[in-house]
Design a protein around this ligand. Structure first.
Ligand code: AP5
Length: 230
């Protein structure tokens, strides 16, 4: 099972990705977390992207593709992933498609979280106060939201045309948002003819067949695919 998660900063991508990943037994991969880890570790990539993150600008596509490739490959082998924070633009979605399509490692479902601007700012300022995340300041939050909104409409069009796009109101309690997302995902998978049970990362009680790929049944269909893998 391979899922994408898009939405403005603060809409709950990271929070929901962790819960949905746990529900389906797949991995949660966050482009933002990976980038922040590079910065914290002082790697060459981290030194290159630190200023982008501090300002709230998008990191160049080639760097993002590069840091995601290995984790996505590994998670695909282990049963699937939910990718939080990628793609940010149609250009990234198309670049990922060019890599994934020849291999049939397509992502068929994208989740799109919404919430009002005032609520997003409230959440991010609260987190900035609690955690000290350096891009959770008023000016940078505003810039991040503006950047997101520049690409939001083209991204929605892209996924509406090419994938099953599930739009979810993220301005509700966390557990309600999770339940809506899971119900929407199960419905979409039924409509697409995909099995309801996916391959777990670690087989556990009640998860009998870790080899089943939810996308195997449709990998030959002529739908546009987005994902990262080679
Ligand atoms: P990234 O880390 O992806 O940040 P973001 O998109 O700005 O998203 P956030 O993590 O701020 O919010 P979220 O939607 O995940 O919400 P969360 O669950 O955390 O990216 C950071 C930077 O990395 C970018 O600015 C860019 O520089 C770079 N980058 C990353 N990916 C890139 C890419 N593909 N291309 C180029 N550059 C890239 O929740 C936020 C807060 O709200 C939390 O405190 C949470 O507890 C709270 N909350 C969540 N849900 C609820 C709820 N339902 N009710 C109340 N509070 C809630």
């Amino acid at each position: 099972m391979r899922l994408l998660m898009i939405g403005p900063p603060g809409s709950g991508k990271g929070t929901q990705a962790a819960l949905i990943a746990q529900h389906y037994g797949i991995e949660h991969i966050s482009s933002g977390d990976l980038l922040r880890r590079h910065v914290a570790n002082g790697t060459a990539i981290g030194r290159t992207v630190a200023e982008c993150l501090r300002r709230g600008d998008l990191v160049p596509d080639d760097i993002v593709m590069d840091i995601l490739r290995k984790p996505v490959e590994a998670a695909t082998r282990r049963g699937g992933y939910i990718l939080d924070g990628f793609p940010r633009t149609v250009a990234q979605a198309e670049a990922a498609y060019r890599v994934a399509a020849p291999l049939g490692t397509e992502v068929r479902i994208a989740l799109y979280f919404t919430a009002g601007r005032a609520e997003l700012i409230r959440r991010l300022l609260a987190r900035g106060t609690q955690t000290g995340r350096t891009d959770d300041t008023e000016n940078v939050i505003s810039h991040r939201l503006d950047i997101f909104h520049q690409s939001a409409a083209p991204m929605r069009d892209y996924y509406t045309r090419r994938e099953t796009l599930i739009t979810i109101d993220g301005d509700r309690p966390v557990a309600e948002v999770t339940a809506t997302a899971i119900a929407g995902l199960d419905r979409a998978r039924q409509q697409l003819g995909l099995p309801l049970h996916s391959a777990p990362v670690q087989p556990g009680p009640g998860r009998a067949n870790p080899k089943v790929s939810v996308f195997a049944a449709t990998s030959g269909r002529a739908t546009h695919a987005t994902g990262l893998n080679r």
